[in-house]
Ligand binder design. Structure first.
Ligand code: ATP
Length: 235
């Protein structure tokens, strides 16, 4: 469904992605592991058309994404929930959520129905819909960020470090929600530092180092991989 083939990306003279190949098939939950600066966000930003790949191809279904505008990419069903949430803190929860539906703004009935689904996924956001996003707790703000991405009607959802900075109990809730989203039919590509929790819900995973994929495998093989355990799980 989403396939990176030998993708490279440079920031000036710095090669941030060096021949990255990976794929996520329909219905899968695929995890991207890697230390800070390995290139996980760069993968997402390139898929979303925010950065333009210097080489290689990114295919989404039968479409080539390299060269397309971010708005076209979202309209096609590849939607990103960025690292650090990037909410508008002075705006209400509801307005933040509705921004995610911008590319579907002509379809008011569809957006109303989608909003109901997002509120069912996150009942707390229904209660707090008129509060400013900035007044919510960190975990609730992460729910708004995920909910906003869901308003974009993703076929593939790119989640960049959704558990960053959250308390353990809240992290658990976030991973439960991600699993529910995936089980209801959305393909998920999840970048995480929280390797154990991410692998537990993954079908497959990739490990990145310095702009390259250095390891890939299914959940069991990576969970049991000695190098992965030492570097990312700490056991
Ligand atoms: P993190 O979890 O810290 O965001 P990451 O794995 O997502 O890490 P990236 O954000 O993709 O990594 O960064 C990959 C490399 O590219 C890092 O060395 C980073 O400093 C560099 N980098 C990222 N964005 C830019 C930019 N806009 N200009 C220059 N260098 C950048």
């Amino acid at each position: 469904m989403l396939t990176f083939d030998n993708v490279s990306l440079s920031y000036g003279s710095f090669l941030a992605l060096d021949g990255v190949s990976l794929h996520a098939e329909s219905g899968e939950l695929v995890v991207l592991l890697g230390a800070n600066g390995a290139g996980k966000s760069s993968i997402f930003l390139t898929a979303s058309g925010i950065h333009k790949a210097a080489g290689g191809s990114i295919r989404f279904g039968d479409k080539e994404l390299v060269g397309r505008k971010p708005s076209q990419i979202v309209a096609n069903g590849l939607v990103q929930c960025p690292e650090g949430r990037k909410l508008f803190p002075q705006m209400s929860v509801l307005k933040n959520l509705m921004l995610g539906a911008y590319v579907h703004r002509g379809d008011k009935a569809g957006n109303r129905q989608r909003l109901e689904e997002v509120m069912a996924l996150f009942p707390i956001l229904d209660e707090k819909k008129d509060d400013t996003a900035g007044s919510l707790s960190g975990g609730q703000q992460q729910m708004v960020a995920i909910g906003r991405a869901m308003m974009g009607r993703p076929k593939v959802l790119l989640l960049d470090e959704p558990s960053l900075g959250l308390a353990p109990l809240v992290v658990k809730q976030v991973f439960e929600v991600i699993q529910r989203i995936n089980k209801s039919g959305t393909t998920v590509l999840l970048a995480e530092q929280n390797a154990y929790a991410a692998l537990k819900i993954a079908n497959r995973a990739y490990v990145m180092e310095r702009g390259r994929i250095v390891l890939e495998g299914d959940r069991e093989s990576l969970m049991n991989n000695e190098a992965v355990r030492r570097a990312y799980i700490g056991a």
